[in-house]
Ligand binder design. Structure first.
Ligand code: IMP
Ligand code: MG
Length: 188
């Protein structure tokens, strides 16, 4: 993919820029309320690369002292289907033992990636561990997991934008949209 982004490649905008920002403000307020009186430090973890936009906007809507950490993961599988076997490509730089950890993720699909990540991070004995994801496709779930905080439930369609990619591209769209199937075909 190269040159100008052709917004006609998107069949429909699923969540607009305005809707995303409004919902993130609500999530920020909710998290600020829920964590305000807790003892212990708070760590907000960005799961790279998909959560980068969500994380940056969410962090600015949370009115609490917190540390921002980044974790790179790569899961074995292909673009449409994750195996849930997660390899850490970049670990967080701080200990989370005894701290309140909030994972910021772009989307929960089968749930396998986050389920694996929860096991991994809980083995480091945080005081609490919660998931905050922008999007949720509940109809695709393959394991028993639900996000503690969620921006939007969406139908079973492959979406791009606001961090979510197709073959590494289109993460920089300011909205979440459904990619036209003809775009996949042209690439193949
Ligand atoms: P899960 O393990 O099946 O829940 O997959 C989660 C990961 O798959 C996300 O972090 C995304 O990187 C990717 N993913 C799932 N659905 C989509 C989508 O519709 N568009 C782009 N990436 C997706
Ligand atoms: Mg991805």
């Amino acid at each position: 993919m190269k040159g100008l982004i052709n917004h006609d490649d998107i069949s429909r905008v699923l969540v607009s820029e305005q809707e995303i920002q409004k919902r993130i403000r609500e999530l920020g307020e909710e998290l600020s309320r829920d964590y305000a009186d807790l003892d212990g430090e708070i760590v907000l973890i960005c799961i790279l690369k998909g959560a980068v936009m969500f994380f940056a906007d969410l962090a600015r809507c949370i009115n609490l002292h917190l540390q921002m950490e980044f974790m790179g993961i790569s899961s074995y599988g292909n673009e449409q289907k994750t195996s849930g076997i997660v390899r850490i490509t970049k670990d967080i730089d701080t200990s989370i033992t005894g701290k309140h950890v909030i994972i910021a993720e772009d989307i929960m699909d089968s749930g396998l990636t986050l389920s694996h990540l929860m096991k991994l991070l809980s083995s480091r004995s945080p005081a609490s561990l919660k998931i905050c994801c922008l999007l949720d496709k509940p109809s695709r779930r393959e394991c028993d997991i639900t996000p503690d905080y969620c921006g939007f439930e969406i139908p079973n369609e492959f979406v791009v934008g606001y961090g979510l990619d197709y073959n590494g591209f289109l993460r920089n769209l300011p909205y979440v949209g459904v990619l036209k199937p003809c775009v996949y075909c042209a690439e193949e």
